[in-house]
Design a protein around this ligand. Structure first.
Ligand SMILES: C[S@@+](CC[C@H](N)C(=O)[O-])C[C@H]1O[C@@H](n2cnc3c(N)ncnc32)[C@H](O)[C@@H]1O
Length: 489
């Protein structure tokens, strides 16, 4: 499908920058492929004997090809989806340098596929085309912003096709398709289509929505995922967002008109109501998290023991009570954090625990080696609420009525305004807040939703507690977003 969309004539020169075993090259006579892995490059030569295969690192090859003026009519393929943690070394340095030369500044958190698209398209002749498999992260990852900005600034047409069913059923990664035509042109729209599945013998799906680049940039912070929703649902959400941010837009006014019989919303962003922080990183949980019986045998004073939540799975709904923490204590769970403030005197019995075999092992842990003194766990806070940031159905906001702290498996939320804890909890349960978690957070694979700190701060809460929005439409929109992250599969 991608080769058919990109090739216009049998004489077109096609390039696959990461050709693997040559399955794209096999579909077109005049093709060239680059592949770093010698075995895969060998397999590509066998599968596509007509093709020119370069067993090379693509960004090094592309730099030379740019200098020698080698150009193609289309670039096609399935780039490697190497996450930033493992996209390292010379290839990454060359990739980021080449993109910077082309005016695209990717942050250090960029996965490999985005620079592949930029570098490959820089080898196109005027009027050339691009057709790639891309991860669904193109719909939400921060580094998708600079990539799409580059595409709309260099092509006459840009089209992104969201595909709900997995293209590669054995991978957790969802894949979408990216197509661009008319290299050397420019566009103020991104064509967007959302389809359940694709069939390779059919034509590439056409655009269903023309996304205005200005709206994508400003209203949706360069995310395409909201365009999976109906225009009505998007308008409702933007109306709530502009009410929360104290701005108003024509779209918001339209949606308000439709809600004239409802009570007026008083939404707010979570970040305006509360400070959101990460929990602590002890560096050696087995050592720093003690069971009550270990703490008592070691003679650790109560003043240095802080009840703590080690995992979001342990949290009840809505409120963590002293009763729950007492149950953990009776079960002799490792629920006590050894909390020795920096500079505090360390009693002799605690020094014995620090000097034990377990203590000697703990102080070798990376985080412990990096701090002074090694046993003072930093950033231990007692927040008003805990927020699970990796969730199946919905992130859990739980009032901390037990004076507990938590590890960084949870966010801590501290109220900084007059909103009452109950109002916040009620607002968290509303359809609007749930849709907001879907739109401000991002899918993590396996049906999970993740809310980074800055995403959690953007969640919209209708604090008035009234039925502020047409709940049925909002719930439908939430269900749709969940189906796109496979929560129900
Ligand atoms: C997702 S596979 C795609 C293979 C093929 N296009 C397909 O769809 O079957 C990505 C390929 O990129 C290759 N690769 C990864 N980094 C590369 C680099 N820097 N330069 C060239 N090839 C690279 C990998 O060896 C792998 O074969």
């Amino acid at each position: 499908m991608l080769v058919r969309a990109a090739v216009r004539s049998p004489t077109d020169r096609l390039l696959d920058p990461s050709c693997g075993d040559g399955r794209f090259l096999a579909h077109h006579a005049n093709s060239s492929g680059v592949e770093r892995d010698a075995r895969a490059a060998g397999a590509a030569s066998e599968r596509a004997p007509h093709a020119h295969i370069h067993n090379d690192e693509f960004f090094a090859w592309a730099q030379r090809a740019r200098q020698t003026g080698e150009r193609f009519d289309c670039v096609v393929g399935n780039p490697p989806f190497i996450r930033y943690q493992t996209f390292a070394g010379d290839a990454r340095r060359r990739a980021l340098e080449l993109c910077a030369e082309l005016g695209v500044r990717f942050s250090g958190l960029t996965a490999s596929w985005a620079p592949f698209l930029v570098a490959a398209s820089s080898l196109l002749r005027p009027g050339g085309r691009l057709a790639f498999v891309v991860p669904a992260a193109i719909g939400h990852a921060p580094y998708a912003g600079p990539l799409l900005e580059y595409l709309v600034g260099r092509f006459r047409e840009v089209r992104i096709i969201a595909v709900r069913r997995k293209l590669f059923p054995r991978l957790s990664e969802d894949c979408w398709l990216a197509f661009a035509d008319g290299f050397g042109g420019v566009t103020s729209q991104i064509g967007f289509a959302a389809v359940d599945a694709i069939r390779s013998e059919e034509a590439l799906p056409g655009s269903q929505v023309r996304v205005d680049v200005g709206e994508w940039r400003d209203a949706w912070r360069r995310r395409l995922r909201p365009y999976l929703l109906t225009p009505e649902a998007r308008a409702l959400y933007l109306a709530a967002a502009s009410a929360a941010d104290g701005t108003s837009s024509p779209m918001a006014a339209d949606a308000d008109a439709g809600m004239s019989t409802q009570r007026r919303a008083a939404p707010s962003r979570l970040g305006a109501l509360a400070a959101i922080d990460l929990g602590y990183v002890s560096g050696a949980n087995d050592f720093f998290h003690l069971t009550p019986s270990t703490a008592s045998r070691a003679g650790i004073p109560d003043a240095l023991l802080q009840p703590t939540v080690r995992s979001g799975r342990l949290l009840p709904e809505r409120e963590l009570t002293l009763g729950t923490v007492d149950r953990w204590r009776r079960n002799d769970d490792p629920m006590l954090l050894l909390r020795i403030p920096k500079g505090a005197a360390v009693p002799a019995r605690v020094q014995r625990y620090l000097g034990s075999d377990a203590g000697r092992r703990a102080r070798q842990a990376y985080k412990c080696r990096c701090r002074t003194p090694w046993y003072a766990v930093p950033d231990v806070r007692v927040p008003d609420f805990f927020l699970t940031y990796m969730a199946g159905r919905v992130p859990n906001l739980v009032r901390n009525a037990a004076g507990a702290s938590s590890t960084n498996t949870l966010h801590g939320v501290r109220l900084r305004c007059s909103a009452s804890a109950d109002d916040l909890l009620d607002a968290w349960q509303t359809p609007l807040a749930r849709l907001s978690c879907e739109l401000e957070g991002h899918p993590l694979g396996g049906g999970m939703l993740k809310l980074e700190l800055r995403e959690a701060a953007r969640v919209i809460l209708p604090l008035a507690g009234a039925a502020l929005e047409p709940a049925a439409e909002i719930e439908e929109a939430t269900a749709l977003m969940r189906s796109w992250r496979h929560y129900d599969d």
